[in-house]
Write a protein that binds this ligand. Structure first.
Ligand code: HEC
Ligand code: HEC
Length: 407
């Protein structure tokens, strides 16, 4: 345990040093606010009394919960259970289509190398992510942590920088991106068309239609919309099972909504506002710079902004953040410090477009117990592990074999 703690401290220190960021004495005015000393710990008796009080309050309907601590102007939505998924009219749901999509999702033969499937980086047993810092590249480095595909049906935009507007668009990009699967659409269509097994799945999904790349992409997106959570202990609690959360988780829920200010960005049923914020993780001006949303919009105000991720099942998808540099404990420690404030180099001192950390982030002054309670609440958002019975890839027909010279 002690060793683990030391390891944590080291990792966090290394991460912060890497960021080239300091809190006290940096050029940013917000850093002057500096560290806030942690508030005193509660006694055991105080904790018991508090959790009894909170249990009475939070056992009521969310509409009767105390108002959250959000800043003026933030359009927040209460936490809650996930709604039903709405499949778009242009890609309506059928069981056969989702089954085809699921098989394709697991099939590495779609990729140029024949070795990389969607599931390689979005593994159900790893929370539909890949457990790596940044996902294993195909040749060049994509350089970002693979997010989960769980609940992406509810996301208004896809990718850390929101560059895809729909799961269809996203799946097409993931397939054809030379740095991901580098799939060649004609080859993918030929693979499906020439395999009797795939033909059968395809014609069940799209009766009387010849396989097309758009159909293949649509099936994958349709499958992804079936990858939905909603069976966490927090969901059971919301559904009226007051015993589903223990005391620490309950105190954590209250902290999340109020003193820890998380609801400013992580709200609604997915615990994401779907918007873009700068948490100070852009590495501006460094070799590993990633300006996030700015690369898409070219609006200087978007420099360093990334889409707020859902926090459902987040405890299964470490390492975290778009950089994949942190574990949960490190993330919470950084939020408690008001996140990192990038230091301006001398030549950047008057740069009007220097990325600005979100003003919604402030030092929180939470103590060790508080952070453990927050973490406990996030653990209560864990989904049961999905059963993993990967579908068997249908035998190949006469389709061309993958080209091994491709990355
Ligand atoms: C090499 C690893 C890799 C493979 C293979 C891969 N992905 Fe991803 N996926 C990523 C990474 C990394 C990101 C984030 C990239 C970014 O934001 O720029 C991502 C993002 C996504 C997202 C967006 C999630 C969100 O919250 O916005 C979805 C959905 C997704 N991938 C689905 C797929 C599908 C479908 C396939 C197969 C066609 C696939 N991925 C193949 C690594 C991979
Ligand atoms: C200003 C908006 C904002 C606030 C306030 C905020 N977050 Fe976040 N959160 C984000 C964004 C944006 C990211 C992704 C940032 C990135 O990768 O660069 C994120 C990422 C995370 C992650 C990592 C998720 C993953 O899948 O990698 C966790 C965990 C998290 N936040 C928890 C919290 C908690 C707990 C609080 C309250 C203490 C909080 N957040 C407050 C916007 C916010």
């Amino acid at each position: 345990m002690r060793l683990e703690t030391r390891w944590w401290a080291l990792r966090l220190a290394a991460a912060i040093a890497l960021l080239g960021a300091v809190n006290a004495g940096a050029a940013e005015p917000s850093a002057a606010a500096g560290k806030q000393p942690p508030r005193p710990e509660r006694t055991e008796a105080e904790r018991v009394a508090l959790s009894r009080e909170l249990r009475a309050i939070y056992s009521r309907q969310p509409t009767a919960w105390p108002p959250p601590q959000v800043d003026p102007g933030v359009e927040w939505r209460e936490l809650g259970r996930l709604p039903e998924v709405v499949h778009p009219e242009t890609n309506s749901y059928s069981m056969a289509k989702a089954a085809l999509g699921r098989t394709l999702f697991h099939d590495p033969r779609l990729s140029a190398s024949g070795k990389m499937a969607c599931v390689t980086c979005h593994e159900p047993l790893l929370g539909w992510a890949d457990g790596r810092r940044v996902s294993e590249p195909h040749g060049d480095i994509p350089g970002r942590n693979a997010p989960t595909i769980l609940n992406t049906a509810f996301m208004p935009t896809l990718f850390w920088d929101g560059r895809a507007a729909s799961l269809e668009e996203q799946a097409e990009q993931a397939l054809t991106n030379p740095r991901e699967m580098a799939a060649v659409p004609d080859r993918v269509v030929a693979l499906v068309a020439d395999s009797p097994g795939y033909r059968q799945l395809y014609s069940a999904a799209f009766p009387e239609a010849e396989p097309t790349f758009a159909g293949i992409v649509a099936a994958i997106a349709c499958f992804e919309r079936t990858v939905v959570g909603g069976r966490s202990r927090f969901d059971a609690f919301l559904a009226g099972d007051a015993a589903a959360l223990n005391d620490a988780e309950l105190i954590g829920l209250d902290l999340f909504r109020r003193e820890a200010r998380c609801l400013n960005c992580h709200h609604g049923p997915t615990l994401s506002d779907g918007k873009f914020h700068d948490l100070g993780l852009s590495f501006h001006g460094r070799s590993n710079e990633d300006l996030g949303r700015y690369a898409i919009t070219k609006d200087p105000a978007d420099k360093g902004r990334f889409r707020t991720p859902s926090l459902r099942n987040v405890t299964r998808t470490s390492p975290l953040m778009h950089t994949g540099m942190f574990e949960l404990r490190g993330v919470l420690t950084m939020y408690n410090a008001g996140m990192v404030t990038l230091k301006r180099q001398a030549y950047e001192r008057n740069d009007p477009h220097f990325p600005v950390k979100s003003p919604l982030l402030k030092p929180l002054g939470l103590n060790r117990h508080d952070l453990a309670d927050l973490a406990a609440f996030l653990h209560a958002l864990e989904e049961p592990k999905p059963p993993s019975h990967p579908p068997a890839p249908p035998p190949l027909g006469d389709a061309q074999p993958p080209d091994p010279s491709r990355p």
